[in-house]
Ligand binder design. Structure first.
Ligand code: DGL
Length: 276
């Protein structure tokens, strides 16, 4: 077993920007003893429309930065980065690392009753086919239909979480999935849990929404337990429990973050990520 000091090290969590805060929030709720170092790549967002090579390079830089912060494990809290870069990252580092795709895919494969699962996400995530390949590893009979919803990210970032404009766009995107008769829908992008109500209203009660952010926190806890890395006690009072770093526009990040995380974002520091 690792020393107590090692187990008290933080978890590194990263995303292309603010979206991964939905994952960080679940970790804070489900494993409150853990410290977090969060990095949001606000200078280079969005990841959803960029190539695999670019996202892998960005992710490698971020992981190098997080390792300078002495993290004991890493969560790739971005669906696009999980889809494109996780395999490479796993080979490059020797601490536990998980993404958000596998946990979401696993639950969807388990909960579908009619074997028809929908996935919504960025162009990158949907184009990679990653959700469907993980689901098929568990159950090859499941029919998986992906739908890229690129306008959801800007709508969420504009704060239009419950707004007629979002209702309209969501109806257009989701009609296809309703027509297919899916009974399970994966919210395969970090921003989508924030418009869960709108999506749920359009899909109707018969469709189970899977939130990979929630499932990732469940799986992270299990992974830390398995590696005997769970922090046994809450951080001492006054200790910097949650630290936030970005690559640009720290104030804007802080405002958004404070609107979704209730644990107080004391500060967000800008760092030159290209140097890592
Ligand atoms: N965080 C990204 C994801 O989950 C969405 C935003 C972006 O395109 O960078 O795929």
């Amino acid at each position: 077993m690792e020393t107590l000091e090692y187990r008290e090290r933080p978890i590194g969590v990263f995303d292309s920007g603010v979206g991964g805060l939905t994952v960080a929030r679940e970790i804070m709720r489900q494993i409150p003893n853990e410290k977090i170092v969060y990095f949001g790549d606000t200078a280079r967002v969005p990841y959803g429309s960029k190539s695999r090579e670019t996202i892998t390079r960005f992710s490698e830089q971020i992981v190098r930065f997080l390792q300078t912060q002495q993290v004991k494990a890493i969560v790739v809290a971005c669906n696009t980065a999980s889809a494109y870069a996780l395999d490479t990252l796993e080979k490059e580092i020797d601490i536990p690392i998980i993404g958000v795709v596998k946990p979401g895919a696993k639950v969807a494969a388990e909960v579908t009753r009619n074997g028809k699962v929908g996935v919504i996400g960025t162009e990158g995530t949907i184009g990679s086919g990653i959700y469907s390949s993980y689901i098929h590893q568990i159950n090859p009979q499941v029919q998986v239909t992906g739908k890229a919803c690129p306008l959801f990210v800007p709508l969420v970032e504009e704060g239009l979480w419950e707004d007629p404009v979002t209702d309209e766009i969501a109806s257009r995107y989701l009609t296809e999935l309703i027509d297919i008769g899916i009974d399970t829908l994966i919210l395969g992008c970090t921003h989508y849990p924030l418009i869960r109500k709108t999506v749920g209203k359009i899909m109707g009660d018969g469709v189970t929404l899977v939130n990979p952010a929630y499932e990732t926190a469940v799986e992270l806890k299990a992974l830390l337990e398995q590696h005997e890395l769970l922090s046994p006690c809450p951080p001492a009072l006054g200790e910097n429990r949650y630290r936030f770093y970005v690559s640009d526009a720290a104030d804007k990040f802080k405002r958004f973050a404070n609107s979704i995380i209730k644990y107080g974002i004391l500060s967000a520091k800008t760092i030159p990520i290209e140097e890592y």
